[in-house]
Write a protein that binds this ligand. Structure first.
Ligand SMILES: Cc1ncc(C[n+]2csc(CCOP(=O)(O)OP(=O)(O)O)c2C)c(N)n1
Length: 375
C-alpha cells in the first residue's frame, strides 16, 4: 500500500501541480488528500472525465506543464473523444497523466456494471495507444514505475495512465470535510418521495447509493421492483432513460430520482427535457452537494441554482425544498400538475453503513419493468 501523501510527493517531484477529475471510490483517499492539500484553483473536481481531459489540455497549453486527470474506469468512455481528437499525438499531442481506478478488475468481486468495463479497459487503452502502468498494493517500486510512465508521456507528448487496483492507497481522512445542517439525508428523502407516490408511477433512479436505497425501500415494504429502473451504471444518463420511457408511455407518470453529481455530469440533458416537454415527466434532484457514493467529495451542487436552470430550460414547474414538509408538499404539486416538472430537495450527505445492494441482476430488473410497462 502507498500513502496518498507519498504518492502526491512522487507526482510533485515529476512536475505535477494541477489536478482535475471525477472522484472514484478506489481513489477516494488520494482525492481526499489533494482536496486538503492543493489550493482550490489547482484542483478542480470536474463535471465529467472528458471535461477534465480538456481542462488538463488547456492547462498544458498555457503552462507547458502536464496535469493529472483522475477517474474511475467507467469515466474512460466520457474521456475517449477528447483523448483521441484533442490530446492524441496525431492531433494536438498533449501530455497529461491519467490516474484510473480499476473497478471490475478480472478476478476480483465487483458489481455487475463494473465487470465488462473492468475486462476491456486495458484493451481500450491499448487501442488508443496510451502507455500505461499497473499499480496495486504490492507494487514495490511505485516511484520508478511512475517515473517511467512520466518519461514516456513526455517523450511522446501524449496522454499516459497509471491504472490503480483496489486497496492501493492507505486510508486518508478528509480534514476539510464540509457538513451541512439540513433536515434530511438522501435515504430519508427517497422514503418520503416513494411513500407519497402510488403503485403505477415509474421510478428511474440515478447511479450510486440512491438506486440501492430505492431497492431496499421496495424490499422492506414488500412492494416488488417492477416499477423501478435502477441506473446502476451510465452516470448522468438516468434522466434520458426516463425520457425514453415517458415519451413512449404517455399514460404513466415517470419520476426521475437524480443526484447533483450526475445532473452536473450531463447537464445538457435538461435542455432536451425542457424542449421535449413530456407532460408525464417529473424530475427530482436529491442534492447533497457531494459525490456521496464514492467518498463524499464536494460537487458544485450547493453553489448551483438548479431550479432556475430547469425553469430556463423549459420545465413547467420548478420547486426547491429543504424540509420534510416542503418535500411532501412539492411531491403533491408534481403529482397533480402536468410536467415536465422539477423538484430539488437539499439533503445532508451520508448513508447507512449497512446499506445493501440489489439482489436481482440489472437484466432481471429490466425484464420486470418491461413486463409491467407492456400491460
Ligand atoms: C462516468 C462515471 N464517472 C464516475 C463514476 C463513479 N461514481 C459513481 S456514483 C458517483 C457519485 C454520484 O454523485 P451524485 O450524483 O451527486 O449522487 P450521490 O452519490 O451524492 O448520491 C460517482 C462519481 C461513474 N459511475 N461513472
Amino acid at each position: 500500500m502507498i500513502s496518498p501523501r507519498k504518492f502526491f510527493d512522487i507526482l510533485k517531484s515529476n512536475g505535477i501541480s494541477f489536478f482535475t477529475g471525477v472522484p472514484d471510490s478506489l481513489l477516494k483517499d488520494f482525492c481526499a488528500y489533494i482536496t486538503d492539500n492543493v489550493p482550490k484553483k489547482n484542483h478542480i473536481i470536474n463535471s465529467n472525465e472528458g471535461a477534465a481531459v480538456a481542462l488538463a489540455s488547456g492547462h498544458y497549453i498555457a503552462s507547458g506543464n502536464p496535469a493529472l486527470v483522475y477517474m474511475q474506469n467507467s469515466g474512460l468512455g466520457n474521456a475517449v473523444n477528447p483523448l483521441l481528437s484533442l490530446a492524441d499525438p496525431e492531433v494536438y499531442s498533449i501530455p497529461l497523466l491519467m490516474l484510473i481506478g480499476w473497478r471490475g478488475e478480472p478476478g476480483k468481486k465487483d458489481e455487475p456494471q463494473h465487470i465488462k468495463q473492468g475486462k476491456v479497459m486495458l484493451d481500450i487503452l491499448n487501442a488508443m495507444n496510451i502507455p500505461y502502468a499497473l499499480i496495486n498494493s504490492s507494487t514495490e517500486n511505485i516511484e520508478e514505475t511512475t517515473g517511467n510512465i512520466f518519461s514516456k508521456m513526455k517523450e511522446l507528448s501524449c496522454p499516459a495512465a497509471l491504472v490503480i487496483s483496489e486497496g492501493t492507497f492507505e486510508e486518508y481522512k478528509l480534514v476539510k470535510e464540509k457538513h451541512s445542517d439540513l433536515q434530511l439525508n438522501r435515504e430519508d428523502a427517497i422514503k418520503i418521495i416513494l411513500s407519497e407516490l402510488s403503485e403505477d408511477q415509474v421510478i428511474v433512479s440515478t447511479t450510486g447509493k440512491a438506486s440501492r436505497e430505492v431497492f431496499e425501500y421496495r424490499k422492506k415494504n414488500n412492494l416488488g421492483h417492477q416499477n423501478d429502473f435502477l441506473t446502476v451504471g451510465s452516470m448522468g444518463h438516468c434522466s434520458q432513460i426516463a425520457l425514453g420511457i415517458a415519451l413512449e408511455k404517455s399514460n404513466r407518470q415517470v419520476y426521475v430520482l437524480d443526484g447533483d453529481g450526475a445532473v452536473i455530469m450531463h447537464m445538457g440533458s435538461l435542455v432536451i427535457l425542457g424542449n421535449e416537454a413530456p407532460e408525464n415527466y417529473r424530475h427530482i434532484l436529491i442534492n447533497n452537494g457531494a459525490h456521496d457514493s464514492v467518498g463524499g467529495q464536494p460537487t458544485a451542487g450547493f453553489e448551483t441554482d438548479f431550479s432556475s436552470i430547469a425553469k430556463a430550460c423549459g420545465y413547467k414547474i420548478s420547486i426547491t425544498a429543504d424540509t420534510e414538509k416542503q418535500l411532501r408538499d412539492g411531491v403533491l404539486i408534481l403529482k397533480e400538475n402536468p410536467g415536465p416538472s422539477f423538484l430539488e430537495i437539499r439533503v445532508n450527505k451520508g448513508a447507512r453503513k449497512d446499506l445493501g445492494r440489489p439482489t436481482s441482476s440489472p437484466a432481471e430488473n429490466k425484464i420486470s419493468l418491461m413486463e409491467n410497462l407492456s400491460k
